[in-house]
Each structure stands twice: as structure tokens, then as C-alpha cells.
Design a protein around this ligand. Structure first.
Ligand code: PNS
Length: 159
């Protein structure tokens, strides 16, 4: 069975990576999909986010990385995938995730969302909080893969 793990991934964290690894053991093929939202400000370009994702998933044979601008369900139809994977960190995620799952299901009858509960050690982790800590010179080691940590530090040098 094929599944899509969509997100902004600005940038990928160890929490995302854990979900990707766990899914790659349960599904035949996972597409990690970077959704491009041109109206939002990001630290990394789509190409940079893709490169980082490709680097950190290079040892996972059944994981590929792609990007898309538009509705997730349109990408799903074009690529004949019906399963969406999302991670749930806390109850606070639930409302937004339920809204997205129901909307995607309304837009595409056969689209189903599977939720994985984030592991305890990643339940407070988000790309935004990592960027904020890094921007004030806080320690982000262990929260993101090493290449991502270096990439964030490189970005912040230019700020
Ligand atoms: O990592 P994020 O920011 O929580 O991911 C949210 C994302 C990118 C999966 C969501 O915003 C999305 O699916 N965007 C694509 C546009 C779309 O399909 N919107 C309608 C679904 S609610």
C-alpha cells in the first residue's frame, strides 16, 4: 500500500523523521510531500526542504520525496494515492488535524487519513519551536538531524 506524508517541513525535525521511519515499516511506499504555500514565509525554500528530506531519508529504500503547489487531494488523484499519514503530538493538534482530515475527505471521497501518535520525546517538537530556539542561540542538538542543524545555523548566519 502507498501512502503520502504531507507537510511544510520547514525544516524536517527528528519528530517528522521518526514518523517517516515508522511508516516506512508499515507501508510499501511512502511519499514525503512538501506542500508549497507561496503566501507563507519560510526559512528554507522548497528545494532546500526537499534536499534536506532526501538527505535524511537516503537510507530508507521505500521513501521518496516530492513537492506540490495546490490541494493535497489533487496530488493524490494525479498519483493514485489514497492514504494520508499525519502525526499527532498532543490533544491540541487534534482539532486542526480533524478539520484537515474531514476537508480532504470531503474533497476526495477515497482519501483517508491515518494518524500516528508521536513518541513522547518528540511530543513537544515542531519546526517553529526549533527555529525559534536556534534564532536565540539555544541548543537544538538532538531535535533535528545533524545536516538540518548545520543548515539552520548556516541560514541564521545570513540574518
Ligand atoms: O506541516 P504542516 O504545516 O502541519 O502541514 C499542513 C499541510 C501542508 C499538510 C496542509 O496545509 C495542506 O495539506 N496544504 C495543502 C493545501 C490543501 O490541500 N489544503 C486543504 C486541506 S485542509
Amino acid at each position: 500500500m502507498k501512502a503520502i506524508y504531507p507537510g511544510t517541513f520547514d525544516p524536517v525535525t527528528n519528530g517528522h523523521l521518526d514518523i517517516i521511519k515508522r511508516c516506512s515499516k508499515k507501508f510499501d511506499k511512502i511519499t514525503v510531500l512538501v506542500l508549497n504555500n507561496p503566501s507563507k514565509k519560510h526559512m528554507f525554500t522548497v528545494e532546500e526542504r526537499i534536499d534536506l528530506l532526501k538527505d535524511v531519508t537516503k537510507n530508507l529504500e521505500n521513501v521518496e520525496v516530492d513537492s506540490f503547489t495546490g490541494l493535497l487531494v489533487d496530488y493524490m488523484r494525479e498519483n493514485q494515492v489514497e492514504l494520508i499519514i499525519r502525526g499527532l503530538r498532543a490533544v491540541s493538534d487534534f482539532e486542526y488535524e480533524m478539520q484537515m482530515a474531514l476537508m480532504n475527505n470531503r474533497l476526495h471521497d477515497d482519501a483517508e487519513t491515518f494518524f500516528l501518535i508521536a513518541r513522547n520525546q518528540y511530543s513537544y517538537l515542531s519546526s517553529s519551536i526549533v527555529k525559534e530556539v536556534a534564532s536565540f542561540n539555544g541548543n537544538i542538538t538532538g531535535l533535528v538531524p545533524e545536516t538540518v542543524e548545520l543548515a539552520i545555523k548556516e541560514k541564521l548566519k545570513g540574518v
